[in-house]
Write a protein that binds this ligand. Sequence first.
Ligand SMILES: [Zn+2]
Length: 321
Amino acid sequence: MKCGKQRFLCREIDSYRGAAATACPQPDDLLCHQACVGGVLRQDTPFLIFLLIGPASSDLPVGGRVSFSKLRGKHLGMSDELKIIVELQHSIDELKAAEDLLAGIPDWMRELHEQHTRQKAEMEGLQAAREEAELAKRAADSEIADLQAKVKHFQEQIGMVRNQREYGALLQEIDTAKEQISSAEERELAAMEQGDEAKRLLEERSSAFQELNERYQQELQKWEGQKPDVARRADELRQQVAELEAKVPKATLALFERTRLRHGGSALALVMEVDRKGPRIWHCGACNYRVRPQTVVSIQAKSIVTCDSCRRILHIEEDAG
Ligand SMILES: [Zn+2]
C-alpha cells in the first residue's frame, strides 16, 4: 500500500484488522487517508477505513494528516438508498397520521369531543330513565285498575254467598287483591319519583349541555373546514410514498415491508451512541442491543443493515454540517 509518510502507520493499522479504535497504535496521529482509501483496507476492514478516512471523508484534507480527535467529532452519513428508506418511513408515518385524523377527531378538539360524548351519554341515560319510569308507572296503573275491578267483582259476590266458608274465602280474595293494589301503588309511586328526578336532572343540565353542544358543533364545523387540506396532504403523501417506493430496489422494499409489518408500522431503528469517554459504543435505539462498530460503518458502506437482535433496519442521524 502506498501511503507516503504514513506508510508505517497504515501497515500497523492493517495488522489490527477489525480491531476497535482504541487498539490503533497511534489513535491521535492518523493519517494519510487517500492512500488507504485506494488500498486494501477499504475492501475488508470497514471499521478501520472508518477510522482512516473518517465518516465524512470529503471535507478531510486529501493525503493530509488528520488527528483522530477530529474524526471522533464527526457524524456518519447514510447511503442514498437508506436515505430514501428513511424518507419513505417518514412519509408513511405522516400518511398514517393524516388518515387516522381523517377517520377520527383532531387533537385540538379531543377534550371537547370527550366532554361532549360523556355529557351526551348522560343526557341520553336520563332520558331513557325517564321513559322507563313512565312505562313502569303505566304498567302499575293498569295493574291497579285490573285489581280494583277484581275487588269490585268480589264485593258484588258477597251478597250471593251461601255459607260462612264461602264468605271467608271471598274475604280472603278481597284482602289479597287489596294487598296487591297497595304493592302496585308503591311501585307506581317509586316510578313517579324516579321519573320526576330524571326530569329534574334533565332540565337542570339541559342548558349547560345545549351550550356545550353548540360549541361542539362549531368546532366540528371548523374541523370539517380543515378536512379537505388534510385529505389533500394525504393524497400528496400517497403519491410521495409511491414515488419513493419506486426508487427502492425490490429486495430492499420487500425487507422494509416485512420489517414494518412485524414491528407494527415502523421498520427503522436509529443507531444511538452511548455518551461516554473512551471508544465509541453504539446501540439500537429500538431494542437497545449493542451495534458493532463494523455495523455502523456498514450502514454507510453497504446501505441496508439490520439490527442483530430486533432485525429492524438501522439508520443514523444525519449530520447537517
Ligand atoms: Zn434492535
